[in-house]
Design a protein around this ligand. Structure first.
Ligand SMILES: C[S@@+](CC[C@H](N)C(=O)[O-])C[C@H]1O[C@@H](n2cnc3c(N)ncnc32)[C@H](O)[C@@H]1O
Length: 213
């Protein structure tokens, strides 16, 4: 079975330059280089301690000048690259990094841990076309991944909420996640003492997800 990082790397386009923002351990950049997804990379993290892990893992590439490292908040001080990866951060943090950037890369690969809908809205307002946007299940967890490129796009309200590929192609990870949520909501309905307003919310959500499962 593939790891989360392997799945992310498999989705990367092949480019000259990549920035791995919030790189932490640096595994994504290592795998991207090994798989020839980029010729050079910038690893960055707001935490010096985290960045040191990536610098250690990628020492050979750093020594060769293939990888440059920078301790910074988001994309501040990073020169334009073709592809930016932001994985494992919250959606709001991801949005803030994109909105505060001095440049828009041609390609983005984003894996927000929360609030993916906020990331989708921001991508549309910045002028990105969403190529893929789906949920996958690995190591007992669900992850949302969004691959985008410069261009125009229009999403329905449902696509904004659930993800374009999820709505259009209903991949297994998405269906599994909704089935799990459905069971949870049905459990709430059977509980006693739930307020009328909470009950109404649960029923509304159930109606929404029952279109898919
Ligand atoms: C959960 S780790 C994810 C690491 C890696 N990207 C991955 O997907 O496995 C989040 C990393 O983002 C870093 N981080 C958080 N906010 C950041 C910011 N505004 N700019 C740069 N790095 C940030 C943290 O220090 C941490 O190393």
């Amino acid at each position: 079975m593939k790891s989360r990082i392997e799945i992310l790397v498999s989705l990367l386009p092949s480019v000259d330059s990549l920035a791995d923002v919030g790189c932490d351990h640096g595994q994504l950049t290592l795998l991207a280089l090994e798989n020839k997804k980029c010729k050079r990379a910038v690893i960055s993290d707001v935490s010096e301690k985290c960045l040191l892990k990536a610098q250690t893992l990628l020492k050979n590439y750093v020594d060769l000048g293939v990888v440059k490292s920078i301790c910074t908040d988001g994309l501040k001080g990073i020169e334009k690259v073709d592809l930016v990866v932001i994985a494992g951060m919250g959606g709001e943090e991801t949005v803030a990094i994109l909105n505060n950037s001095n440049f828009l890369p041609t390609h983005l690969l984003l894996q927000p841990m929360k609030n993916p809908e906020k990331v989708r809205k921001t991508l549309l307002s910045l002028g990105y076309f969403i190529e893929k946007d789906f949920t996958f299940f690995i190591g007992e967890k669900y992850y949302d991944v969004i691959k985008a490129t410069i261009g125009k796009d229009n999403l329905t309200l449902e696509e904004l909420e659930f993800g374009k590929t999820n709505v259009r192609e209903k991949p297994v990870g998405f269906i599994k996640k909704l089935n799990a949520e459905k069971e949870l909501l049905k459990g709430v309905l059977q509980k006693s003492g739930v307020s009328e307003s909470s009950m109404a919310e649960v029923l509304k959500r159930l109606e929404k997800i029952e279109k898919y499962v």
